[in-house]
Every structure is written in structure tokens, then in C-alpha cells.
Design a protein around this ligand. Structure first.
Ligand code: ADP
Ligand code: MG
Length: 296
């Protein structure tokens, strides 16, 4: 059962209906994709490489145009707004994105301060000044980024610090939905744990909804109430994350579950310790699972 049902009579936060994408008239990268996300709900999207996860998430956050289908946000259709015009839509600030690799997504000529200020200037109508500075510092603080680091450029920051800048930027405009495409895949395991815990905390504090894309079933199991499994651009299975991974109903999901390597330990220590924490060794899945319960 959905732990975050929309109140009766209100539309879900996000509703996607029969979404499809064909690139260059080729085979469909995504087809017949329908889903909903309620306010505060975390939904995972998993599947092997090339299964259409990024294409789906990019359509939903309106970076690319769907070939077919509908996307509604808080009951209003946004799928028809051309991707190139979406930055002018009032929904742009409500749907924010955290990318996989902060090296690609942070402007190398922007300081950390500028990166976080950028959406506030562009989307929230703020002007340079004390209020902007205060808001940027507040965001940095919320993601655990020291204020002294705000004057640094991306190349002067560690992987974990860059990830925090990317997250601070994404939450700056107080979005309702975060689309996260493999947000920790580029990070060391020790840093991954810290960043996942940070994301989980921000979601609970802000009643944020997540569309959480990952090829890592353990991450999705920890982070997501529900999970959708994609194969060749189509949904093959979906359900409550733990129940589905404990008892997959399709051969494809079963194969994904069986392909999961042994789980890294040290998660508790690492998740609460400094980012530089090391010493990761192998242990059982239960150690990981008990560390990071998915239920609120
Ligand atoms: P995933 O994120 O699950 O790895 P993608 O959504 O990136 O999968 O890719 C799904 C399919 O769409 C792949 O076959 C990929 O080659 C194709 N694809 C993705 N982006 C483009 C593009 N811009 N042009 C052409 N084909 C693309
Ligand atoms: Mg991808």
C-alpha cells in the first residue's frame, strides 16, 4: 500500500500517462509508461543500463520532449510545454533535478555560491543582496557544506562536497519533486552513504517527493517506498520496494535481485562519520537493510 496516499479528491503530485519516447524515428526508448507519485513519496526506477531510466526521468523533469503521452503536476498538464520553454513555467522550480556527476552538472566558472544562487536568481525572482546570501548559506548549512567552501570553484571541492552543492542547488527553490538520476553513482562508497542519508533527511524534513533512478537495487530499497522496474523501456514490475525485492514476480526482476553483489558494511560508521572514512568490507545484506529503514 502507498504510504503517502494523496488526500481524497486531490490529484497526485505527479501523474504520467502512457509516456513514450522515440529518438530519431528509431525504436522506442520508452513506451507506455504510466505512474503516479504522491507528495512526500519516494519512487525508485530501476533497470539495467539502456532500459530507459534516464530518458524517462528527463521527460518527467521536462529536459526532453515526450513523443507521446501526458505528464501532469498537481493536476495541471505540463507534458505539452516544449522542453526549451519549460524554464519559464512556474512548475520549473517545483521539479528539480540532481544529476549523477557533479563534474558535468556544475558550471566550472561558478563558485559554489553562484551554483546555489543561480536557480534562486533565475526561478525565484531573488536579486543579489543580503537575502540571497542568507538563503544560499541556509541551503549550504542544510546540506552540511561549510560556509567557507562557498567561495570555491568545483575543481577545488571534493566529490562529496560537489554532490552537496548539487543538492543545495536542487533544494534552493523549495521544490516539491526531486528527480535524482543515479545521484551517488559517481561517488566513493563511503561518500555515497553520507549523501544518501542526507537526501533521506531532506526528503522527510521538506515532505519532498523523489523519483530516484538507480541501477543499484540496494540503494533503491533503502531510499524508496515503491519501485518501478524497467526493461527495454517498458514497466515489467512495480510494487512496494521491500516486498517486491523479497519476492519478485518476474524473471527479469529476479535476475536483477540475484545480480546484486554482497553488501558493503561499515555503513553505520561511515554514514555518520567523516566523508573520508575508509575500511569497507563485505558482510550480509541484513546489516545494510537494518541500517537504513525505508519506512518513515
Ligand atoms: P538508462 O538510463 O536506463 O541507462 P537511457 O534512457 O539512457 O537508459 O537509454 C535508453 C535507450 O535510449 C538506449 O537504447 C539509448 O541508447 C537510447 N538513447 C538515450 N538517449 C538518446 C539520444 N539522445 N539519442 C538517441 N538514442 C538515445
Ligand atoms: Mg541513465
Amino acid at each position: 500500500m502507498c504510504p503517502h496516499p494523496s488526500p481524497p479528491g486531490t490529484p497526485p503530485l505527479l501523474e504520467v500517462y502512457k509516456l513514450a519516447k522515440r529518438f530519431d524515428q528509431g525504436a522506442a526508448a520508452v513506451a507506455d509508461f504510466s505512474m503516479t507519485i504522491s507528495a512526500g513519496e519516494s519512487v525508485g526506477l530501476v533497470g539495467e543500463s539502456g532500459s530507459g531510466k534516464s530518458t524517462t526521468s528527463r521527460m518527467i523533469c521536462r529536459l526532453i520532449d515526450p513523443s507521446e503521452g501526458e505528464i501532469s503536476f498537481e493536476g495541471q498538464s505540463i507534458g505539452h510545454i516544449p522542453a526549451r520553454d519549460f524554464h519559464r513555467s512556474p512548475f520549473r522550480k517545483a521539479i528539480q533535478i540532481v544529476f549523477q556527476d557533479p563534474n558535468d552538472s556544475l558550471n566550472p566558472r561558478f563558485t559554489a555560491f553562484d551554483c546555489i544562487a543561480h536557480p534562486l536568481l533565475r526561478l525565484s525572482g531573488m536579486r543579489p543582496g543580503d537575502a540571497l546570501r542568507q538563503r544560499v548559506e541556509e541551503c549550504a548549512e542544510r546540506v552540511g557544506l561549510a560556509i567557507e567552501l562557498l567561495t570555491r570553484f568545483p575543481h577545488q571541492l571534493s566529490g562529496g562536497q560537489k554532490a552537496r552543492v548539487g543538492i543545495a542547488r536542487a533544494i534552493a527553490c523549495r521544490p516539491r519533486l526531486l528527480v535524482l538520476d543515479e545521484p551517488t553513482a559517481a561517488l566513493d562508497v563511503s561518500v555515497q552513504a553520507v549523501v544518501l542519508q542526507l537526501l533521506d533527511r531532506l526528503r522527510r524534513e521538506d515532505d519532498l517527493a523523489f523519483l530516484f533512478v538507480s541501477h543499484d537495487l540496494n540503494v533503491v530499497r533503502m531510499m524508496c517506498d515503491r519501485t518501478i522496474v524497467l526493461q527495454h523501456g517498458r514497466i515489467v514490475e512495480q510494487g512496494e520496494s521491500r516486498a517486491m525485492f523479497d519476492n519478485p514476480q518476474t524473471a527479469y526482476t529476479r535476475a536483477l535481485v540475484e545480480a546484486v553483489p554482497h553488501i558493503e558494511t561499515g555503513f553505520v560508521a561511515i554514514a555518520t562519520g567523516p566523508e573520508t572514512a575508509a575500511g569497507v568490507s563485505h558482510t550480509s545484506q541484513s546489516a545494510w537493510n537494518s541500517t537504513f529503514p525505508t519506512t518513515p
